[in-house]
Design a protein around this ligand. Structure first.
Ligand SMILES: [Zn+2]
Length: 304
């Protein structure tokens, strides 16, 4: 179901290094740097509640003892939410969506957008809304690696052109450059590039390569097909895990994601037309997948 390991390796190796070093906090290193620099007051971890949580909680309590952070936790149907904050936390702040958003230092425009539109699980169900009006964005706005260590913000922005989010991401990037130059390099390695958005549980497949911009200029609202030639690929979403939480995807969609990534792992170019996607290796067609009508597929480009 997955591409050959060598195609995925640079991303997996880098991710594994962060997990060895930071353990349960690996996917929150950018947020910890933001807290350290005073750009955030707290971070929220989402831990699967089907695992044995004991060791993770012991490590987090140990981390709080060393750093002076305060820890609070809340159980949700599909995850345990753990909040680490630089001050004691009254219970109501953790349970009220608007107060929680403020506590996590999310932009007010983005909090209002989520609450005003009553978005539940927006990163799984509503990523398609964000990309409707554009296909080319600066790399610091790439939000398809939010559960890996390689992201600059974890919230659902009111749009991919949100000025407040963009300013926050750029400021944090500069802080990371000073505090953790190797993370800065990883961010500039993994965030730029074309992304195949699948509309399946918010997953975007990052392609290391180039869109065929001469024939089909991405970013200029081109009609017709777009081809991307790629060397490597990786993704961070896990549709088979989050599928049951999605309001817009079916088990068939999750299965389709498996077939798509498997074919992409065998190919070196993908052509996205209106109703289908063709994967080739050289001139040989490896497979063709028809787009189910309820899904919206798109190639986006995040520019360095
Ligand atoms: Zn915003």
């Amino acid at each position: 179901m997955h591409p050959p390991p060598d195609r995925f390796r640079p991303f997996l190796d880098a991710t594994a290094r962060y997990y060895r070093r930071y353990d349960v906090l690996a996917a929150y290193v950018p947020e910890l740097i933001a807290m350290h620099c005073g750009h955030k007051t707290s971070i929220q971890l989402s831990l699967p509640n089907d695992d044995d949580l004991g060791p993770s909680l012991i490590r987090l309590r140990d981390f709080c003892d060393r750093t002076g952070f305060h820890l609070a936790r809340r159980e949700e149907p599909d995850a345990i939410k753990v909040l680490l904050a630089n001050r004691p936390l009254p219970d109501d702040e953790f349970h009220d969506k608007a107060k929680l958003g403020e506590l996590l230092s999310y932009p007010a425009c983005c909090i209002d957008h989520c609450i005003g539109n009553d978005l539940n699980n927006p990163l799984i169900d509503h990523l398609g809304d964000l990309i409707r009006d554009g296909d080319c964005f600066p790399y610091w706005m790439n939000l398809f690696l939010q559960t890996s260590p390689f992201h600059l913000f974890k919230h659902y922005p009111c749009s991919l052109t949100c000025d407040v989010t963009s300013a926050y991401a750029q400021t944090l990037l500069e802080k990371i450059r000073e505090a953790n130059p190797s993370l800065w390099t990883h961010l500039r390695t993994f965030l730029p590039g074309p992304v195949l958005y699948t509309d399946i549980c918010g997953a975007g497949i990052c392609l290391v390569g180039k869109p065929d911009t001469e024939a089909h200029p991405v970013g200029r609202g081109a009609m017709g097909s777009v081809t991307v030639h790629y060397r490597d690929l990786f993704w961070d979403a896990n549709p088979s895990q989050v599928g049951p939480m999605s309001r817009r995807n079916t088990p068939d969609d999750v299965e389709l994601f498996g077939r798509l990534t498997s074919l992409l792992g065998q190919g070196d170019q993908v052509t996205l037309a209106d109703d289908a996607c063709v994967i080739r290796r050289g001139t040989r067609v490896m497979g063709r997948l028809k787009r189910p009508t309820h899904l919206h597929w798109k190639i986006l480009e995040f520019k360095l």
